[in-house]
Design a protein around this ligand. Structure first.
Ligand code: DQA
Length: 140
């Protein structure tokens, strides 16, 4: 499978950002383990702190990849534009969160993405990304 993982704003700081919530592992280290675990899949990673760049990447890959796993960070809770991009494309999209957003502040309970994604996985730390890959594989 050709898979694209998109991480949104501040997720470039994983490993040093609010480690009690997001853990101490850098995403690049976790990604290397994921790639090793799924040697026959092609896993591409993209991170951006910019809403427009995330939208551009969804447009660019959203008609060709077998699945997109997106953690839009705080844009999850604010971005109708990213939700519209997800609606526009053909590849299935899974929304992922490292933390359980429903255990946190009320502002994090609303997601613009959930209604337009195939499914939502959150609260399992970085393992949420692996669970999303498993979900995509099962649904192919
Ligand atoms: C997050 C949860 C969001 O509320 C937050 O803004 C993030 C990370 C998560 O992975 O738990 O940046 O998406």
């Amino acid at each position: 499978m050709n898979l694209l993982i998109i991480n949104g704003p501040n997720l470039n700081l994983l490993g040093k950002r609010e480690t009690s919530i997001y853990g101490t592992e850098a995403f690049e280290d976790y990604l290397n383990k994921l790639i090793a675990r799924y040697p026959t899949d092609n896993i591409t990673y993209y991170q951006s702190n910019s809403e427009g760049e995330i939208i551009d990447r969804i447009h660019a890959d959203g008609y060709t990849v077998d699945g997109i796993i997106i953690n839009a960070g705080a844009y999850t809770h604010t971005s109708l534009a990213i939700a519209d991009a997800v609606s526009a494309i053909q590849s299935p999209v899974i929304e992922v969160h490292i933390s359980n957003v429903h255990k946190r502040e009320v502002v994090r309970h609303r997601s613009f993405l959930s209604p337009v994604c195939k499914g939502v996985i959150g609260g399992f730390g970085l393992d949420s990304y692996r669970l999303a890959i498993e979900a995509l594989k099962e649904s192919m």
